[in-house]
Design a protein around this ligand. Structure first.
Ligand SMILES: Cc1cc2nc3c(=O)[nH]c(=O)nc-3n(C[C@H](O)[C@H](O)[C@H](O)COP(=O)(O)O)c2cc1C
Length: 188
């Protein structure tokens, strides 16, 4: 094996830092939550922030969305990303929380681009039926858009990195261990 388990974990940290500062294959993640009846639900989300010291990811979303309800009911989430160029999959598990701090929420909103903010212009909550032949009504009130915005933080406590570029394939699992992390190589 070319790298130590700790080096593999470090490469995940670096890749998440890169993914949240520019567009990389890891920028788009699949986020899974548990629905009210316990069934899994997953959807694509953009990873927008990565606090490497706290191992916390940031995601922008609509406060009225199903995922927010699901996270409030059961904070356990899982994410997966795949880089087709490097042939690396990273699975992340942790606990999600909707940011309540007003100043921090405003700061996250201010950092969003105009196009992203427009995504919050729809009056009806995500998933609400639209009249046949109609389009969802939107407003032009940025204060209202901000009112619909939520910032979700995922505190990662498990990382599973699978590298398909090597023969044999290489898999490293890392888990939070008190203040630190314990990484180990496992069979792929
Ligand atoms: C490429 C792509 C990126 C997306 N990024 C986000 C995102 O960052 N945040 C988000 O809430 N939804 C994002 N979505 C939409 C979600 O996949 C999903 O359709 C929506 O959030 C409603 O999900 P929910 O009803 O499970 O909450 C994205 C969809 C695609 C296709």
């Amino acid at each position: 094996m070319a790298t130590t388990p700790d080096a593999a974990l470090a490469s995940v940290r670096d890749a998440l830092a890169a993914a949240t500062t520019r567009r990389t294959p890891f920028t788009l993640a699949s986020l899974a939550t548990a629905s009210a009846d316990g069934a899994p639900r997953s959807r694509s989300v953009i990873l927008r922030a990565w606090d490497v010291d706290r191992a916390v990811l940031g995601i922008a979303t609509d406060a009225r969305s199903a995922k927010v309800r699901e996270i409030r009911a059961d904070p356990r989430v899982a994410l997966v990303v795949w880089d087709d160029d490097t042939q690396v999959q990273v699975r992340l598990e942790g606990r999600a929380a909707v940011l309540e701090d007003a100043d921090e929420r405003r700061r996250r909103w201010d950092a969003l681009g105009t196009r992203s903010r427009r995504g919050y212009a729809t009056l009806a909550a995500p998933g609400t039926p639209v009249d046949p032949g109609g389009t969802p009504a939107q407003d032009d009130d940025e204060a209202a858009w901000f009112g619909r915005f939520a910032w979700v933080e995922v505190a990662v406590d498990r990382v599973d990195r699978l590298d398909l570029s090597t023969d044999p394939h290489d898999r490293v699992v890392a888990e939070r261990d008190g203040a630190g992390w314990r990484a180990r190589r496992v069979a792929p």
